[in-house]
Design a protein around this ligand. Structure first.
Ligand code: MG
Length: 344
């Protein structure tokens, strides 16, 4: 019998974060704790407005969650199916619940989740560090702040994209990925930008065009010299065969797939279709980022910097080592620790 408690927090960001769709100074997260036999498993939801999720909708899921439906917490297939069957959508809440059960099971079995899943190592790829849209004149300073990170991910989709990239390239020769967040609305505009980005030695482009423009993206893939990664075009439920016509890879995020277990299946499926795999994150604390980091042990690229952007982080777990690699610890469960009591 599990006792469920949750806690909503509005967390300030270290810096205002701007992407093509708007700016934010703070984020909402809802933590969930599942306690049984003196052991507590933790999960985190970072609700996404794009998918009509809010802290309130996450809390509604947690309030209505009947833990009696979990007969056997060790049966991850059953846990996953039960959580999935309760609501339409609400993937961030579902991800949090599954995370908490996995954390509990790992702690109960005195085993890290990455060992339960036979991860090839405890070190994932190097993570990129995200630079949001900003005045071109401030970019050099932001590159300096990101000195410790070997790969930069730059948000585009502003009227001064080229100035931003030129400023980045004046400041550093590091590998740079760009994320247009659906900002380019025609193949012609996208190709003009891509030609420029080829000259600027950009490694990858995430979501150049709107997710509704699959046909245009398919044309773009034929033309682009830079690999294209689906983010908004991949929420977890799309046909990966179809997606492989329009993209070279997919960005899997726990808050979109709603489940670590399901995300693992998607990694395997992506491989069958020749798709590269990036594990991304939302702006979230070390709790959800540690769960994402576990998935990254099987991925080509990691973009797990959410916990580095938040101004408050009650959890510790994943560490980015001095060379920028995503590094897991050997603590039981997900490998997170809560520094203070946050559940009333
Ligand atoms: Mg993205």
């Amino acid at each position: 019998m599990f006792k469920l408690t949750y806690k909503h927090e509005r967390i300030p960001l270290k810096r205002t974060f701007t992407i093509s769709r708007g700016s934010r100074d703070a984020i909402d997260v809802v933590y969930v704790a599942l306690e049984s036999e003196g052991i507590t498993g933790y999960g985190e939801a970072a609700p996404n407005h794009r998918y009509n999720e809010t802290a309130e909708s996450v809390i509604a899921v947690f309030k209505s969650f009947d833990t009696d439906g979990i007969d056997n917490p060790y049966d991850s297939v059953h846990v996953n199916e039960y959580i999935g069957s309760l609501h339409k959508g609400e993937y961030s809440a579902k991800a949090a619940l599954e995370m908490a059960f996995l954390d509990w099971v790992g702690k109960k079995l005195k085993t890290p989740v990455h060992r339960l899943w036979n991860a090839p190592s405890t070190t994932g790829p190097k993570t990129s560090f995200t630079i949001g849209i900003d005045e071109p004149s401030l970019i050099a300073e932001k590159v300096k702040e990101a000195e410790a990170f070997p790969i930069l991910k730059v948000k585009l989709g502003s009227p001064y994209d080229r100035e931003i990239i030129e400023e980045i390239r004046k400041a550093t020769s590091k590998p740079v990925l760009v994320d247009a967040n659906e900002g380019w609305k025609t193949v012609e505009v996208a190709m003009e930008n891509i030609r420029f980005l080829v000259d600027m030695n950009i490694e990858l482009i995430e979501q150049p065009m709107p997710s509704s423009m699959h046909a245009e993206m398919t044309r773009l893939k034929q033309l682009s010299e830079i690999p294209l990664i689906a983010d908004e075009s991949f929420t977890g439920r799309e046909d990966l065969g179809e997606l492989s016509h329009a993209f070279h890879g997919i960005n899997i995020k726990l808050m979109k797939t709603g489940s670590m277990r399901f995300a693992m299946q998607k990694i395997a499926e992506a491989r069958k279709h020749g798709l590269k795999v990036m594990i991304g994150c939302m702006v979230e604390t070390s709790l959800a980022d540690t769960a994402s980091a576990i998935l990254s042990l099987w991925a080509d690229y990691a973009d797990i910097d959410g916990h580095l952007l938040v101004g408050r982080n009650p959890f510790s777990g994943v560490v980015i080592d001095k060379n920028g690699y995503v590094t897991l610890n050997d603590k039981y469960g997900l490998g997170v620790e809560l520094a203070e009591s946050i559940f009333d």
